[in-house]
Design a protein around this ligand. Sequence first.
Ligand SMILES: O=c1ccn([C@@H]2O[C@H](COP(=O)(O)O)[C@@H](O)[C@H]2O)c(=O)[nH]1
Length: 234
Amino acid sequence: MNTKPIIALDFPTEERVLTFLQQYNEPLFVKIGMELYMQEGPQIVEKVKALGHDVFLDLKLHDIPNTVKSAMKGLAKLGVDLVNVHAAGGRAMMEGALEGLEAGTPAGQRRAALIAVTQLTSTTEQQMQQEQHINLSLQDSVLHYAKLTHTAGLNGVVCSVHEARAIADVCGEDFLRVTPGIRMLGGDAHDQKRIATPDGAKQDGSTQIVVGRAITGAQDPVAAYHEVLKLWEA
Ligand SMILES: O=c1ccn([C@@H]2O[C@H](COP(=O)(O)O)[C@@H](O)[C@H]2O)c(=O)[nH]1
């Protein structure tokens, strides 16, 4: 799996995406999430792949097992590198997602890695306990979902940097810990609650980092990407 920082392409149109990507003279690892996919559809994935970039399709599927299995079978045909579901959908749903992905991957093509979201990086422990009625620490809830995801046979999880080391200790170093909520030192956290710097993420056991606004909102996005890359690879 590519370990370059994953740039979140949280833009509303194909035009904005292509203008953004034109600034870079190198293959990137990018994330297409709900904002872009809902407005531009599967063609945007094909266009970004055709430019030579690796793609994390971040649609966070969460439904009954049969529906997620069928949806994954369709997404598998897009040839993306990484896809995800919500671990809260349960073990049967995650197993269905994996079956669908395997069934839908064209012969001779590598299956996308499949990961599950544990607790969103925009969630605090207090919110989780009060709104989701989960009577655990946030760390224990994330670890519980990581173990469930591992048992279901998926390749890893989305978590914050703060839980990455504990997950590696329990689920193994090969189990992916993809961590959004990345900010440069002193940067605006926006709606994120569990944040860390790129170098902090490296030290604390992330396998991939997801960076959106710290790069896409920068005055010089190429320089911002290279600053993140330098800290992440140091
Ligand atoms: O727990 C999660 C899961 C996904 N995300 C996504 O990552 C990016 C982060 O963007 P920033 O601008 O760097 O905050 C965004 O696309 C989210 O949908 C997440 O933040 N947390």
